[in-house]
Ligand binder design. Structure first.
Ligand code: FAD
Length: 424
């Protein structure tokens, strides 16, 4: 039996960041990963808002980890041509293979012991049972993502709360063909063209060319019989002869249900996708997982008896953003390309709200924005007006709710019921 202050299960971005921060705080840390370490976590390009690196106390990436950022983002309504263009945003395109490797290196340098090829099977008290023996931790953290062992009894989110995404970097085989494609969509090479609501409100096909490669990102909620992100990507590539073979990438599900209301029980904590700490409006879990890792390590360093403080601090400091993003995701799911056109006419959909959402902030959907709204555009659409009204009231409610997350674990049940009734 091996012992440590903290046993971390899963060494993707969230687990590796925690191993680093906890070891830096002077705690002994053993990290367990079922895959080879250089195959752990996300293996594709992800968009991460720059501010989240600062918040997570991790240096912002540099090339080759940094694969792009700041270029114009054309958010087309359906297939367009109407669009919102977001310029000068602070979303970094990060090669996750490099970020995972950097975080694991930082963890080792801080003193954590990382073990690969170890599959965690379950938990007996504070003892982690694995394919390679037993490990005892004063604290056990499950950062094993959606496919992990669910050490706090996770049930898989409903199909309607799973986004299936695919991201691939492919060869650019015909530069002229690419130029024609971007020209036809009124965009330049190096910019992102994003087709929205192509398979239900919550779906995208996103394409960009840079340095001889094509970067593709697709996602949808296939639970309602819609094509998955994988299928959207394959279908798109089939239509575009200028896109060549896959260089790297992957596809899998992202939990976009609300975060777990109890992020810890006793001395066992959840982190990252395993806690649904995901900005649900676009299924982004890297930044939230990194921020939560920093926060959990700080709580662990204070040697509390139990870890409820982690839940409370996370909801108070960051939960409002994630709960508001959940409200936005449910709203966006209901939108057709025609609805999006109406929202563009009202002024509710604009560069400011789109940039905030891209950067994983809460868009300013408050009184000021509603006061400027061209409501006439909504007169013929009372159904959409009602949904906008719900969005406008539930967004601030979600933020207030997170701030009122109870400091006592005993009150979480009541809080959770209030959240369900307020947010639907
Ligand atoms: C195609 C795609 C595109 C995405 N794009 C974005 C984006 O642009 N921006 C963004 O922020 N997010 C994006 N996401 C989501 C993001 O990738 C995830 O939220 C993030 O990877 C979750 O990190 P994690 O560390 O919590 O879990 P994971 O990355 O799933 O890591 C968990 C680790 O635990 C290990 N593990 C699992 N079970 C066990 C076990 N039993 N024993 C030991 N180890 C185990 C796994 O092997 C894995 O290495 C995207 C997801 C996909 C699929």
């Amino acid at each position: 039996m091996q012992d440590a202050d903290v046993i971390v299960v899963g060494l993707g971005t969230a687990g590796a960041a925690l191993a680093h921060h906890a070891a830096r705080q002077g705690l002994s840390v053993i990290g367990l990963e079922r895959r080879a370490l250089d195959q752990a976590g996300a293996r594709w390009i992800n968009g991460v808002a720059r501010w989240m690196f600062a918040e997570a106390a991790i240096d912002a990436p540099e090339a080759p980890e940094l694969a792009g950022g700041g270029h114009a983002f054309h958010m087309l309504l359906g297939r367009g041509p109407e669009r919102v263009v977001v310029r000068d945003h602070e979303v970094l395109e990060v090669d996750m293979r490099h970020l995972v490797a950097r975080l694991q290196r930082l963890a080792r340098e801080s003193g954590a012991e990382l073990q690969e090829g170890v599959t965690v099977l379950g938990l007996e008290g504070q003892t982690v049972v694995t394919s390679s023996g037993r490990f005892r931790g004063r604290t056990v953290v499950d950062a094993s993502g959606l496919a992990g062992p669910g050490l706090l009894g996770r049930t898989r989110p409903r199909a309607s709360d799973l986004c299936v995404a695919a991201q691939e970097v492919r060869e650019l085989v015909d530069e002229r063909g690419a130029e024609e494609f971007f020209g036809a969509h009124d965009a330049r090479m190096g910019e992102t063209v994003c087709f929205t609501a192509v398979a239900g409100g919550y779906s995208i096909v996103n394409v960009r060319v840079s340095e001889g490669t094509v970067s593709l990102l697709t996602g949808s909620i296939p639970g309602d019989g819609r094509p998955s992100g994988r299928k959207l990507l394959d279908d798109f590539v089939r239509e575009q002869p200028w896109i060549g073979r896959t260089l790297f990438g992957g596809a899998r599900s992202i939990p976009i249900d609300r975060p777990r209301v109890r992020l810890a029980e006793g001395r066992v904590a959840l982190l990252g996708d395993s806690a649904s700490q995901v900005f649900g409006a676009h299924g982004s879990g890297i930044g939230p997982g990194l921020v939560a890792a920093r926060l959990l390590a700080e709580v662990l360093a204070g040697e509390p008896e139990e870890l409820h403080e982690y839940s409370a601090r996370w909801f108070h400091e960051y939960g409002g953003t994630v709960l508001a993003a959940d409200v936005l995701r449910r709203f966006s799911e209901s939108l057709t390309p025609e609805d999006l056109r109406v929202l563009l006419d009202t002024g509710l959909m604009n560069e400011v709200t789109a940039r905030a959402t891209m950067e994983q902030r809460t868009p300013p959907i408050g009184v000021a924005l509603l006061a400027q709204t061209r409501w006439r555009a909504l007169v013929a659409r009372p159904d959409l007006a009602a949904r906008v009204g719900r969005l406008a009231t539930r967004t601030p409610a979600a933020r207030l709710l997170a701030k009122s997350y109870p400091r006592s674990a005993r009150r979480v049940g009541a809080w959770s019921r209030a959240a369900a009734s307020l947010l639907g």
